[in-house]
Design a binder for this molecule. Sequence first.
Ligand code: PSU
Ligand code: MN
Length: 303
Amino acid sequence: MKSGPDLHLTPAVAKALQNRQPVVALESTIISHGMPYPKNVETALHVEAAVRESGAVPATIAVIGGQLRAGLSKAEIEYLGKKGTAVSKVSRRDLPVLVARKEDGATTVAATMIIAALAGIRVFATGGIGGVHRGGERTMDISADLQELGRTDVAVVCAGAKSILDLRLTLEYLETMGVPVLGFQTDELPAFYTRTSGLPVDCRMESAVEIAQVLRAKWELGLNGGAVIANPIPKAFAMPQEEMDRVIKQAIAEAEEQDIVGKALTPFLLSRIEQLTQGDSLEANIELVLNNARLAGAIANAL
Ligand code: PSU
Ligand code: MN
């Protein structure tokens, strides 16, 4: 008996892939768990528009009724955004359960990469990736995103990672997994809200074409796995580092006090940071995702 994954593409995505036109994958946990309603829905639609303006087709990825979806309708994006954290957050380990039970889920970077790769999409834009949490050497809280980057052939355009994580350990883990970390017009890993982290990327890239050449070389060599394309937040929207350091410290302390662990930790920290900065961080978050969508579009075009 032969059976494939229950993968469903919208007609626009299917047509673009068939004609070898550029497609950019987008994740859905950022919609349900990463931002509050209604800004999350508004942003998801603006990000799709930004991908279209760059000449690529957007494919927002999620699990709906147990179906793996590449491309969502407006109504489906609205549904995930409105339901918020009541939707399951789906990483690699959660996918089979949702498929078997025919349930809905919002996909993390890891699960989005898996579905993108199944569909044949090679470029994916988001805000920030998961990583090794602070104290990870003790708690072993290491996002499944990092293992996925080590095995699944999708390039992830992001603004680095938030310093809710231990960025030094995150880079060490990516090195171990053989994941290139390419800085777009920067020598440093950006720290999401800020353009710098004090930590170097592996290699600075000047253009989308140069990035596409590295990706092509990687995959032609049979080196499985993804790449991190680190794109700093535009200067005009960067946040003051001292303020973010203070807010992140407080959010982490509260999570420890309340014993928040496992998959609930990252969403808890994200929402506390947003509350503690009175929404300023949300605006920065929106702008950096749009910026990443445009770069991903350019890379997909170049590929
Ligand atoms: N970091 C952000 N915004 C996000 C996430 C992380 O700045 O929305 C989401 C992404 O979906 C990412 C996931 O894949 O959280 C990582 O969760 P965890 O740390 O539980 O692996
Ligand atoms: Mn975790």
